[in-house]
Ligand binder design. Structure first.
Ligand code: OSB
Ligand code: MG
Length: 367
């Protein structure tokens, strides 16, 4: 197929409740949607970059800029474009994986729609529904946290992840264990600690957590290997794993025994599948992370989460955990699971009125 144009659409959706992590508090999701138009079909990709460069170096205005100035023009030059061509065509540009992922996803969606093939089948999915967890932000008090966790468990979520940081770590874990018993429980530090905190983090050992996610700096792979020798809680990496090569190195160095796969962080669904394959070959369980996606990004994440190596519930929560009104037909939890979309491509379409209501700008790049 040949691209005729790319639309960059900025949207702004209020979150149902503020989401606080060690790197900041989000109250609205300002996202970028990429729509490609080709000779055969159209396709959508959601860019997961956030408002500021706080989770990683990427941020949404920079993603729009690099797509407009470099990535879309580079694809315009490709005569017979398919999704597998996107990575090679953009390989000379360093970094900006979230922007690359959004564009590759849109091309992949268009290609699969043109051929009538669902993304889940294309990636190698083996399940028709996926088990879901929920990521619970830092709160002002333990009481507020217990109310939030209790509400999510009542809704059917199968696993709870608590965001932690120094000063909000052991006590919230202890409180949740005391109130809710042996629920599947894990924590995410988003790089808030250093290796000298090993003795403190070992205080989490008695609580039988599934994992601790990204305790140290994203570049501190050896630090994670050292920490893994000093604590019993399994270490899972998120921010550090930017490619299949990075995953292979982290596993070989003993820096992690579990990996969080986020397609945006690694440059797209094709690289995400390669990470899955590397992890399966090494006996490393993976699970699907999230970036507060709308229904568009969520649909594709659920397809990925249905691959055989996704052994733990993901941060693939229902639309209502994030948004009062999603831009697609909302994903609703059924016995703690979400259904894998079966229609062609990512399998969902934006609802025109809902999309229009949250759009703050659109830009058409004619190619
Ligand atoms: O570290 O997993 C993370 C949200 C935004 C940025 C980073 C992270 C998160 C979450 C929420 O934990 C996952 C979700 O429910 O989408
Ligand atoms: Mg994380």
């Amino acid at each position: 197929m040949k691209l005729t144009g790319v639309e960059l659409r900025r949207i702004s959706l209020p979150l149902v409740s503020p989401f606080r992590t060690s790197f900041g508090t989000e109250t609205t999701r300002d996202a970028l949607l990429v729509r490609v138009v080709s000779t055969e079909a159209e396709g959508w990709g959601e860019c997961v970059a956030m408002t500021g460069p706080l989770y990683s170096s990427e941020y949404v205005d920079a993603a729009a800029d690099v797509l407009r100035r470099f990535f879309a023009p580079a694809l315009a030059a490709v005569e017979r474009l398919s999704a597998v061509e996107v990575g090679p065509a953009l390989a000379k540009f360093h970094g900006h994986r979230m922007a690359k992922a959004a564009l590759e996803t849109a091309v992949l969606d268009a290609e699969l729609r043109a051929e009538g093939r669902p993304l889940a089948r294309e990636l190698g999915a083996v399940h028709d529904r996926v088990p879901c967890g929920v990521s619970v932000g830092i709160m002002d008090s333990l009481g507020e946290l217990l109310d939030a966790v209790g509400g999510y468990l009542d809704e059917g979520y199968l696993r709870i992840k608590l965001k932690i940081q120094p000063g909000w770590d052991i006590a919230p874990v202890q409180a949740v264990r005391e109130r809710f018993g042996d629920v599947l429980l894990q924590v995410d530090a988003n790089t808030a600690y250093s290796v000298s905190d090993a003795r403190h983090l070992s205080l989490l050992d008695p609580f039988g957590l599934l994992l601790i996610e990204q305790p140290l700096d994203e570049e501190d792979v050896l630090g994670h290997a050292e920490l893994a020798r000093q604590i019993k809680t399994p270490i899972c990496l998120d921010e550090s794993i930017t490619s299949a090569r990075a995953a292979a190195a982290a596993i070989t160095l003993g820096a992690c025994s579990i990996i969080n796969v986020k397609p945006g962080r690694v440059g797209g669904y094709l690289e995400a599948r390669r990470i899955h394959d590397v992890c399966v070959a090494h006996g490393i369980p993976v699970w699907c992370g999230g970036m507060l996606e709308t229904g568009l990004g969520r649909a594709a994440n659920i397809a990925l989460a249905a691959l055989p190596g996704f052994a733990l519930p993901g941060d693939t929560s229902a639309s209502s955990r994030y948004y009062q009104t999603d831009i697609t037909t909302p994903f609703t939890l059924q016995n703690g699971h979400l259904p894998v979309p079966t229609a062609a491509g990512i399998g969902v379409d934006p609802l025109p009125a809902e999309l229009a209501a949250v759009t703050t700008s659109t830009e058409w790049l004619a190619l």
